[in-house]
Design a protein around this ligand. Structure first.
Ligand code: PLP
Length: 486
């Protein structure tokens, strides 16, 4: 690494990205991409000799950017937006530039300690109970994604249960519970850790509980399993489901989980960011009954990909399931560190090597501070509220579930008896997304209803973009045959 080249080429990349962000609104949000096109534009093999960075950047501009979905576009309202920021990028640059590997305290003392500090800061900001802080006997780790975090908690829960059951054969009796609104990662995770697929229970929710789980429905499912000799292992509760933003009642579910000695995980991947605002803290009522909680700063907390906070009440449950101590990682300082009760993050996750994610989140927290972060979250929620009010005032549309965070789930109502309203809504979403690339939205299906989702959450999204989104939705509604209301 030659410092002169490093500086020149890094500046060239920053200049390139500066241009990208200045022009981002001129790109269609969704690319007009043709399957396999990029392969026809690139050579068949890697070059034998290196090429100058400006040649590489020119290819990025000509070949890569036109085929990208512009996730950072202010008119990206699909899935859950993953917001980038200046501080998130600065933190990522520092992390990538220093390129240390904090798998153990001895391998990177300050990076490990910063991670422990930053997860405690985040736990306090979102209002987690003391038991998830290092000072309260728990602790946190920064993982790459909720999916990885969930697998780690499932492994911890599984091993804890197998010890109680007295052997590995017990795995065939373990049952995992989730709702029909839980993220698919729980089913995948259960499969990965060896839970028989037939022992994954999907509990139905309904409009009556705003698509949240009820304690009764969980109790019924668990009782039936216990009666047939199965062992309840793990219950997933969500604060802000992916499809609709539904919230499960943690206290009631926690009581059920405690009664049956199940591990309770709280997945707040997206909505977790909003918990820094006191008006959302009621969603955490009962969180002290949970065993683990996760949320993704890379979704809605101005932290560039990737960054997921996982907190556990009992680090020992996690580390006894995940620790490995090969000779080649042993050294005097590791032994000292163990004696000092220091964290070796390799034992809190799947991989050994890991990036310095704490730097990124720490820079975000330091640069913006809690006050600006709360304002940022509330700004998005206000924009979503405005969009919801517009929908409610237009009789052609219905809001499918009351909005809680920054996600609005809506659809066109049938105009006449016998209308194929599902096809109508599919046509509407296609028309919104296909014509001009002015915005990008995605859908969900609940109770066999096709629903359009507008998720506000881009770092560059302002009121003008949400207004333009509403104009687009109205325009396309007319085009697909929904006559103007009001
Ligand atoms: N859980 C919820 C509620 C989500 O909305 C998502 C993604 O949108 C996930 C989990 C998966 O998160 P990740 O991509 O970090 O694994």
């Amino acid at each position: 690494l030659d410092p002169e080249t490093f500086a020149a080429e890094s500046h060239a990349v920053v200049d390139f990205l500066d241009g990208y962000y200045r022009n981002i609104q001129s790109y269609p949000v969704r690319p007009d991409a043709e399957l396999g096109r990029l392969r026809t534009l690139l050579p068949d093999a890697a070059p034998e000799d290196g090429e100058p960075v400006d040649v590489v950047l020119e290819d990025v501009r000509r070949h890569i950017v036109p085929g990208l979905m512009h996730w950072q576009s202010p008119s990206f309202f699909a899935y859950y937006p993953m917001n980038a920021s200046t501080a998130g990028f600065a933190g990522e640059m520092l992390s990538a530039g220093l390129n240390v590997v904090p798998f153990a305290w001895a391998a990177s003392p300050a990076a490990t300690e910063l991670e422990a500090v930053v997860v405690d800061w985040m736990a306090k900001l979102v209002g987690l109970p003391e038991r998830f802080l290092f000072s309260g006997g728990g602790g946190g780790v920064l993982q790459g994604s909720t999916c990885e975090a969930v697998v780690c908690t499932l492994v911890a829960a599984r091993d804890r249960a197998l010890i109680m059951l007295g052997g590995h054969e017990g795995i065939l009796r373990l049952v995992v519970y989730a709702s029909d609104q839980s993220h698919s990662t729980f089913q995948k995770g259960a499969r990965i850790v060896g839970i028989p697929p037939a022992n994954f229970r999907v509990i139905q929710t309904s409009a009556a509980s705003s698509y949240g789980l009820t304690a009764d429905s969980v109790r019924r499912a668990v009782d039936a399993d216990v009666a047939s000799g199965l062992v309840p292992l793990y219950l997933c509760a969500t604060v802000g489901t992916t499809g609709l933003g539904a919230v499960d009642p943690l206290r009631e579910l926690g009581e059920v989980a405690r009664r049956y000695d199940m591990w309770l995980h709280v997945d707040a991947a997206h909505a977790g960011s909003s918990l820094i605002c006191r008006e959302f803290q009621d969603c955490l009522d009962g969180a002290e009954l949970a065993d683990s909680v996760s949320m993704n700063p890379h979704k809605w907390f101005l932290t560039n990909m990737e960054c997921c906070c996982l907190w556990v009440a009992s680090p020992a449950a996690l580390t006894s399931a995940l620790s490995s101590n090969p000779e080649y990682l042993n050294n005097i300082s590791t032994e000292n560190a163990a004696a000092m009760d220091m964290v070796d993050y390799k034992d809190w996750q799947i991989a050994l090597s890991r990036p310095f994610r704490a730097m990124k989140l720490w820079v975000v927290l330091r640069r913006y501070g809690a006050v600006a972060m709360r304002a940022y979250i509330r700004r998005h929620i206000d924009m979503a509220r405005w969009f919801e009010l517009e929908l409610e005032a237009d009789e052609r549309f219905e809001v499918v579930v009351p909005r809680r965070f920054s996600l609005v789930a809506f659809r066109l109502r049938p105009r006449h008896e016998g209308d194929d309203v599902e096809a109508l809504n599919r046509r509407l979403l296609m028309a919104i997304n296909s014509s001009t690339g002015r915005a990008f939205l995605t859908h969900f299906v609940v109770d066999n209803k096709f629903i359009i989702r507008l998720a506000v959450g881009g770092a560059m999204t302002e009121m003008q973009h949400v207004r333009a989104g509403w104009v687009l939705v109205q325009e396309k509604a007319k085009e697909v045959g929904a006559t103007p209301g009001r």
